[in-house]
Unconditional design. Structure first.
Length: 393
């Protein structure tokens, strides 16, 4: 009797141990398989966006941009303009135009270029006449990167972030899918959902945090095209959406390359910033265009004022610095002005313009260097005289 009663208990214990062992095996397999599957899916997204950028090549896009600002629900300001963007291996060019009426053409408002060495901006008057220029170094990592983010292709996630090799440690723009899928903190949620009747995968960044900073809705039927993205912020302990972008009206302009006709950018009023609604209606795309270096360097016409932030100078284009003012005029060093003349070493009438503190320091350094050089020459000369003079005994 005792043997028969103990046998079921032994069988139950054996079954339980086998069940536990099987559960451990399944858990281990899932733990190994899930990260691999997620990594594989992220690699698929990265590969898809590499293919998209290859299909884009050097491109030109024209669109109508409408911006509206509101505070406390009331519209405070807004504008509408036409933008043309040319992007290629040599840099980028963005032209902004003010729309005219049915009879008058659009008026050029601003041209901004970056050839990888210099960023140049040429501003125009309301009549389309060149007015002023800004020149700055393109050495900063964000100079090229940020300029193309607020464009239809930028909001669609088609950033060529690999073009810059100095973006390490710089937070990618919220719609830069290509950069974020390479980040080990990104995670792809397993279960797809429906967005406006379309099946999408959700990508979150960063993973492992209480809440994601960015969330993306990627279309499964449109080669991971970015339909929606949201940036979240912690506002007084509440995780709330701050910026939301929606892309609609997709058109397959090349195999696997779906571009939106409309992009809407919504920013909530938060942290002292007014609310903003930005709508982009794309008019035309040109893919794999041919560019030249001149396309990415706007020329400044003679006679306009230039703010050269790379050198810390303000001057009139086509005129030259007077060496007399730079080196020999003490009054020019003491006052916050620099004189400009039509050529070097001339006595032509001079006009003045403001000098930045960087130039003041440079000029003071030049004078100090010349003074120290003069003192050094005098010391050397006196030593030579001392050596050449015979000693009197």
């Amino acid at each position: 009797m005792s043997t028969s009663s103990e046998e079921p208990k032994h069988l139950d214990s054996l079954c339980f141990r086998r069940f536990v062992m099987a559960a451990w095996v399944v858990a281990i397999v899932c733990a190994c398989a899930c990260p691999g599957a997620n990594a594989l899916a992220l690699q698929d997204i990265e590969k898809a966006y590499d293919t998209k950028l290859e299909a884009l090549g050097e491109y030109r896009i024209q669109y109508v941009l409408s911006v509206e600002y509101t505070e406390s629900g009331a519209v405070t300001s807004g504008h509408t303009r036409i933008e043309r963007v040319l992007s290629g291996e040599g840099g980028y060019r963005i032209e902004q135009l003010i729309p005219g009426d049915a009879l008058a053409p659009a008026i050029l408002q601003r041209v901004q270029t970056d050839n990888g060495q210099q960023c140049r901006t040429l501003a125009f008057t309301n009549n389309g006449i060149p007015e002023s220029g800004i020149l700055q170094s393109a050495s900063e990592a964000v100079a090229f990167y940020d300029a193309l983010t607020y464009t239809p292709l930028g909001l669609a996630g088609l950033h060529d972030s690999a073009r810059r090799d100095d973006l390490e440690g710089y937070l990618p723009f919220m719609s830069d899918v290509r950069a974020l899928v390479k980040d080990p903190r990104a995670v792809l949620l397993e279960d797809p959902i429906l967005l406006d009747g379309e099946e999408v995968q959700i990508l979150e960044w960063p993973a492992g945090e209480p809440h994601p900073r960015f969330r993306f809705w990627l279309s499964k039927t449109r080669n991971f095209a970015l339909l929606k993205c949201v940036c979240f912020l912690d506002e007084q302990g509440e995780h709330v959406p701050w910026i939301e972008t929606r892309n609609t009206g997709f058109e397959e302009v090349a195999p696997g390359l779906f571009l939106p006709r409309t992009s809407e950018f919504h920013r909530r009023e938060m942290r002292g910033l007014s609310a903003q609604v930005m709508t982009m209606e794309s008019v035309a795309y040109e893919l794999k265009v041919r560019t030249s270096p001149d396309d990415f360097r706007v020329a400044f016409p003679e006679g306009i004022g230039v703010d050269n932030r790379a050198l810390g100078l303000r001057y009139t284009q086509g005129q030259y610095l007077s060496l007399n003012s730079l080196i020999f005029t003490l009054e020019g060093l003491s006052n916050d002005t620099i004189s400009y003349v039509s050529g070097f070493f001339t006595n032509a009438p001079q006009t003045s313009t403001r000098r930045t503190p960087a130039v003041t320091a440079m000029l003071a350094g030049m004078v100090l260097f010349i003074f120290l050089l003069f003192v050094l020459l005098m010391v050397v000369k006196s030593k030579r005289r001392a050596r050449s003079t015979p000693e009197n005994h």
